[in-house]
Write a protein that binds this ligand. Structure first.
Ligand code: 5GP
Ligand code: ZN
Length: 114
């Protein structure tokens, strides 16, 4: 049995505030936003970390970035800019082991990240 939090969100078993969906991508509001816009964009396919990606996922990862472009425009952050973050593994503080892309915007950000 798949006990993954984000797979349950995709399946509607755990509620979320859906922002966007395609046949292979799902996007929803982060429950603990770090900026005025903080949306998680995830593949519907369960992949634990970026390390699982291979050639067969090339189109899927493209779809995620095209979704990010679309969401940024409909949320009004495209012009001022935004950040996409994916944490992979322990040092990056990945806490949910289903690949996700944080789409963050709506305020100026600093660099380097913490
Ligand atoms: P990570 O630290 O793995 O890169 O990011 C996980 C993100 O998932 C965090 O920003 C956290 O706020 C978010 N998150 C954790 N649990 C839930 C949940 O049940 N629903 C939603 N919408 N976001 C969640
Ligand atoms: Zn999953």
């Amino acid at each position: 049995m798949n006990d993954c939090l984000f797979c349950k969100i995709i399946a509607g078993e755990i509620p979320s505030q859906k922002v966007y969906e395609t046949k292979d991508v799902f996007a929803f509001e982060d429950t603990n936003p770090v900026a005025p816009t903080h949306i998680l964009i995830i593949p519907k396919q369960h992949l634990e970390t970026m390390l699982e990606l291979s050639e067969e996922h090339r189109e899927l990862i493209g779809s995620i970035h095209i979704a990010a472009n679309h969401i940024a425009r409909i949320r009004g952050i495209a012009e001022n800019g935004y950040r996409i973050v994916t944490n992979c593994g322990r040092d990056a503080n990945q806490t949910v082991f289903h690949i996700h892309f944080h789409l963050i915007g709506g305020r100026p950000m600093e660099w380097p990240p913490g």
